[in-house]
Write a protein of this length. Structure first.
Length: 295
């Protein structure tokens, strides 16, 4: 969530009991340094940094996060072996985002401490061979012995309970946090998420150059769906007009299918507290309804 996952949003997540994550995919490391320091003014809770490997290619990023006193890093969108050994040698905990079983096994072999297993329902950049969380999550959990965080399609207590039933130990929310009160994006995008149906995202660039991606359906993304562009990255030239100016046609609004289940803009604290409450109710409800099932 380049330009979005900064101190304002990440601190709200950490203060509510989650793990706030600061982005580096914008490439604005001087600004990111300031955001990390701002985080420490806004929260005394743990937080981490994401290194999007496709966009952050300078090995100096390792020393950057070490110098800033970061203890937890997620890596994504690239080869997990690139920085893992150096990050681990510096004493950091590293989780890698994976879209396939093969990617998960490669990351575990590289020495990561845990995985973020992301199904194709999620918004953002995707593997062109998409696999839904309902298939990918239990598959990966059955093959690895590291902690797994579920991503892609998770937004509340019921989906968190489902993730735990499939082997996860936590969930990651993208679109749900994107549409929170503390999210810095323009209200036009938040309102578009609230108004969206479950069918109002598109899976783009399948078979094109570069990664696939899931985004909200707009005139721009409908065009890209019909005609694959020469370079999908060119479609992001106006990203800041979209994010902060509210022009929904200026770039590609990366959004997950879970937009169809989001019906209001809430504070981060309310989202997290309701998720934990409803998770407990879902688990207790299943136990009360079905008890101990014996063959």
């Amino acid at each position: 969530m380049g330009w979005i996952a900064r101190a304002q949003l990440a601190a709200a997540v950490s203060n509510a009991g989650g793990m706030g994550i600061i982005e580096t995919s914008s490439g604005e490391l001087d600004t990111i340094r300031g955001e990390i320091r701002k985080m420490r003014e806004l929260t005394d809770r743990p937080f981490g940094v994401n290194i999007a490997l496709t966009y952050v290619r300078d090995p100096a990023i390792v020393q950057f996060v070490v110098d800033e006193g970061i203890r937890f890093v997620t890596t994504s969108a690239g080869d997990p072996t690139r920085y893992c050994a150096e990050l681990k040698a510096a004493g950091l905990t590293v989780f890698h985002v994976v879209p396939t079983l093969a990617g998960a096994l490669k990351a575990v072999a590289a020495g990561v401490d845990g995985l973020i297993v992301e199904g194709s329902e999620g918004g953002g950049f995707k593997n062109q061979r998409d696999v839904a969380s309902m298939v990918l999550l239990p598959l990966v959990c059955s093959k690895v012995d590291v902690p797994v965080i579920a991503a892609g399609g998770f937004c509340d207590g019921a989906t968190m309970a489902a993730a735990f039933a499939m082997g996860a130990e936590g969930i990651q929310m993208g679109t749900r946090m994107l549409s929170s009160v503390e999210s810095p994006v323009h209200d036009n995008w938040k309102n578009a998420i609230v108004d969206a149906r479950e069918t109002d995202t598109v899976f783009l660039n399948r078979g094109g150059n570069g990664p696939a991606l899931r985004a909200l359906r707009t005139a721009r993304t409908s065009r890209i769906e019909e005609q694959i562009p020469e370079s999908i990255k060119n479609e992001f030239a106006g990203v800041q007009q979209l994010y902060f100016g509210g022009d929904m046609e200026a770039a590609v609004p990366l959004t997950g299918q879970v937009c169809g289940r989001i019906d209001s803009v809430k504070t981060v604290r309310r989202i997290i507290e309701e998720t934990i409450r409803d998770f407990g109710q879902a688990v207790d409800g299943l136990a009360a309804r079905y008890g101990s099932v014996k063959a």
